[in-house]
Design a protein around this ligand. Structure first.
Ligand code: FAD
Length: 281
């Protein structure tokens, strides 16, 4: 187990924003996690789990304790069956699935981060989401027990699951067998559409708000006239209004002010209570 003190979190997030973690754990094995949890409990500190940091805004003051599963990153694929540890790169895993002819993987194209983050967020899009293919998930419960949850116990729903208070270690998946060239072609098509409609290369955390029932959040924010609006270094993308970008030097305070401004305006002018999709630490 590696334990670092005052680890900067900004370089570990796609926003490149935020302060340090007072305690930063990097376990080499899953059985090192429960002792780290006990250590934090004894100090009265919450232990948060960091994946790829692609759906995350870390506050400027940082946080107390963080565990990264970056060393638990093994993946395996045999026919339509696959296994992945939580710290594995999600895009690399999805590519492996496509190369092995796993039909359904194409729906997961272009989503950054780790397998653990994808599971807890039930990452996906119009064409499908990761929870559709999960057989079982291995987790550490808040009390330190390691258990396996079958699909139905995971509570997968729109960009959410019942996994969020647990530490995900890894999962088993099952896909349908498909033609790898067809899957790869479909994947390229989905990625090209994403690239045309979303600012994939700037510093963002993807969509900031969940889509409300009435209309997509991006359309609503655009209709409220926010595209291009800035607070300090934080700005609403002119390409997709649900992407709030760090255009350089944005603080978490800038980003949170912009978020609050949009939420207040959506409430006052459209009667919509926008909820955050990203996590704020
Ligand atoms: C350019 C861009 C495009 C994106 N497009 C999409 C998209 O199309 N669809 C989509 O769904 N998302 C999208 N996202 C958002 C993001 O990539 C996903 O939500 C992703 O699955 C988050 O994974 P992560 O590893 O980065 O999680 P993090 O950001 O590190 O963490 C997110 C949450 O998951 C928790 N978590 C992470 N790992 C674990 C674990 N092992 N156990 C327990 N909890 C854990 C964290 O504590 C945190 O609460 C996009 C983001 C960007 C920057």
């Amino acid at each position: 187990m590696i334990l670092r003190r005052d680890e900067p979190l900004a370089p570990r997030t796609s926003y490149r924003i935020g302060g340090n973690a007072e305690y930063f754990f990097i376990p080499a094995r899953a059985d090192e996690i429960p002792p780290a949890m006990s250590y934090c409990r004894a100090k009265g500190v919450d232990l948060r789990v960091l994946g790829g940091g692609t759906n995350l805004l870390v506050r400027d003051e940082g946080c107390r304790a963080v565990v990264s599963l970056e060393r638990l990153k093994h993946t395996d694929c045999y026919g339509p069956f696959a296994k992945a540890e939580a710290g594995a790169s999600f895009p690399a895993f999805v590519k492996k699935l496509a190369d092995n002819g796993c039909r359904g993987a194409e729906a997961l194209a272009g989503i950054p981060g780790t397998v653990g983050g994808a599971l807890v967020m039930n990452a996906g899009g119009h064409h499908g989401e990761i929870g559709d293919f999960v057989k079982r998930v291995r987790v550490v419960e808040p009390d330190g027990r390691m258990v396996t949850l079958e699909h139905d116990a995971c509570g997968f729903r729109y960009r959410d699951s019942d996994l969020k208070d647990r530490i995900i270690l890894g999962a088993d998946f099952e896909f349908e067998e498909g033609d790898r060239d067809e899957i790869r072609a479909k994947m390229r098509e989905i990625f090209a559409k994403k690239k045309a409609s979303q600012p994939l290369h700037g510093r963002s955390a993807g969509c900031v708000f969940r889509n409300p029932e009435k209309a997509p959040a991006g359309r609503l924010i655009d209709e409220l006239g926010f595209k291009g609006t800035r607070v300090g270094g934080a700005a609403v993308s002119p390409v997709h209004a649900n992407f709030l970008m760090n255009e350089g030097g944005a603080s978490a305070k800038d980003m949170l002010e912009l978020i609050q401004w949009i939420r207040n305006t959506a409430q006052e002018r459209a009667g919509v209570d926008l909820q955050l999709e990203i996590k704020v630490w």
